[in-house]
Design a protein around this ligand. Structure first.
Ligand code: ZN
Length: 367
């Protein structure tokens, strides 16, 4: 079908407080605007894809043979008008107009919009507000939430219809369906997507960002000492030597968590020169770190561990360790994975002189 995807990326994003306009900053592994372009290409629904930018944005944009780049205007209505005039020569049947600041829509949404374009000349996704809304002019009005619709993009139109309305319009508009509404057109509203938020402030961008931290620890083993692994006291002829209880699993996790949150390391936080931490249980240290990161709004997503030793066998004690870590870290047991490894009798670990643990932790900071 002769559809056209127009991506509006000509904004300067003043509210975003970044030197680079937000649509060209990195978001989930690529530039924000690229998410929309890539999904439009992947959907195979569009004969033409047009990116609308400012002249000064060329230095940010990657050339792509499937994407035509044009220059927009100082306001949204000028940018979309320029784009609609540009695509006229392709004689498209429908156009999808999308904001580059909404990178999280799905291809499923595109398909749903397209289905509805068979019957309607304007199709727009919406979500319902969670907050109650008042309308204030010189008087304040109560508005009923169930009758309110928050508009999202892509907003989709029969090309000829919106092209005409756009060319007749001289005013600033917040979105293109404003023109359909003012023209008394029948608009098909379809359910939008909660994740399809407009990224306006820097905090929106950080909302779903995940950070990773790596941890490693090794302790010597000695006969007659106690052995703690992942907070569990394990029966064994060998135990670990250490300033605290010498639990390599919890130390490794603690370090990984601190790393993920950019908070240095366990040695700096709980110095082995400090008598206070002599023989202290590592469960206490980890809990303290969890309280600290939670108070800074970091929360753990998942933990993956390799416990490296000849003895004890990890498989029989795995579930118990997972239960302890789950309680300490405030995450569900399914989000913790433990692998028992040996070193094939090689090296100091193979000769049962040491036990090691490596870990990776992912955290999200909520704002
Ligand atoms: Zn340690």
């Amino acid at each position: 079908m002769n559809n056209c995807f127009i991506l509006l990326a000509a904004g300067s994003g003043d509210r975003f407080k970044s030197k680079i306009p937000k649509q060209f900053t990195f978001y989930k592994g690529k530039m924000m605007y690229e998410h929309s372009i890539d999904k439009a290409i992947k959907s195979k629904m569009f004969k033409n894809i047009v990116l609308v930018i400012q002249k000064s944005h060329f230095k940010f944009v990657k050339k792509h043979k499937k994407v035509k780049i044009i220059i927009g205007g100082s306001h949204r209505h000028v940018s979309s008008k320029n784009a609609l005039n540009f695509v006229k020569k392709f004689n498209p049947r429908n156009v999808f107009i999308h904001d580059a600041a909404r990178p999280n829509f799905t291809i499923k949404l595109l398909k749903n919009l397209n289905r509805n374009l068979k019957k309607f000349s304007t199709v727009v996704p919406y979500i319902l507000p969670n907050d109650s809304v008042k309308y204030k002019t010189n008087k304040i009005y109560n508005l009923e939430k169930k009758n309110l619709k928050l508009m999202q993009t892509p907003q989709c139109f029969n090309f000829k219809y919106i092209h005409k309305l756009s060319n007749n319009n001289k005013r600033k508009i917040e979105d293109e369906c404003t023109l359909s509404i003012e023209n008394n057109n029948e608009i098909k509203f379809i359910k939008g997507e909660e994740n399809n938020i407009k990224i306006t402030y820097l905090k929106d961008k950080k909302l779903n960002e995940i950070n990773y931290g790596l941890g490693f620890d090794v302790h010597r083993l000695k006969k007659g000492k106690k052995l703690f692994l992942g907070g569990l006291m394990v029966k064994s002829k060998y135990g670990t030597l250490g300033h605290s209880d010498g639990d390599p699993v919890l130390h490794s996790i603690t370090d990984a968590i601190l790393g993920a949150c950019g908070l240095n390391d366990i040695g700096q936080k709980f110095s082995n020169k400090n008598k206070k931490f002599k023989n202290i249980r590592s469960t206490i240290l980890l809990k303290e770190v969890i309280n600290e990161i939670n108070s800074k709004n970091f929360f753990i997503n998942n933990i993956d561990l390799n416990i490296i030793c000849e003895t004890p066998k990890i498989a029989p004690i795995k579930r118990k360790i997972i239960k302890i870590i789950s309680k300490l870290c405030n995450i569900s047991e399914e989000k913790i994975n433990i692998k028992g490894k040996t070193t094939e009798k090689l090296g100091i670990i193979g000769k049962e002189k040491a036990i090691a643990c490596e870990s990776i932790v992912s955290v999200t900071k909520y704002v």
